[in-house]
Ligand binder design. Structure first.
Ligand code: ZN
Ligand code: ZN
Length: 146
């Protein structure tokens, strides 16, 4: 019964999160409540939730498994500087044409589409560190937000 309590805690932790935590991050958070929990147990529970269709296992090309409570198929953007992973909603048209083409080769079970680059935060930090010209650019971005 302890196992299902842990799984409930993992499910509660993952609910409504959009930062795509790794098994390691879930493990660190869960250890506060379950000091004896092991990383293996956390990973096993996460994979069980993936098999039940309650979580998605996300691949963003860095060999790190991340987990996502958003289970409809969607694409991701990973910032190579800060490591954050963002959801890209509704890549409908690309998704459909890839699926149609893949269906000619075999039966499609899932797809994975990700982009890598610099997020807006990291972009504005790196341009703020440059000369005054890019500082002016950062400034105009700020006024757009206001
Ligand atoms: Zn970033
Ligand atoms: Zn996602």
């Amino acid at each position: 019964m302890r196992t299902s309590k842990q799984r409930e805690a993992i499910r509660a932790y993952m609910k409504d999160r959009h930062d795509h935590p790794t098994a390691d991050q879930v493990y660190t958070a869960l250890r506060e409540e379950f000091p004896n929990i092991s990383l293996g147990t956390v990973y096993r529970n996460l994979m069980q939730l993936v098999e039940r269709g309650e979580l998605l296992q996300v691949d963003t090309g860095d060999n790190i498994s991340r987990f996502d409570c958003l289970t409809n198929q969607h694409a991701h953007f990973r910032c190579t500087h800060c490591g954050r992973v963002f959801d890209l909603e509704n890549p409908e048209s690309t998704h459909m044409s890839f699926t149609a083409n893949a269906a000619k080769v075999g039966q499609v079970h899932s797809f994975s589409l990700y982009f890598t680059g610099l997020c807006l935060d990291c972009l504005s930090q790196s341009s703020a560190a440059d000369g005054s010209a890019s500082r002016a650019e950062t400034h105009s971005n700020l006024s757009i937000h206001q």
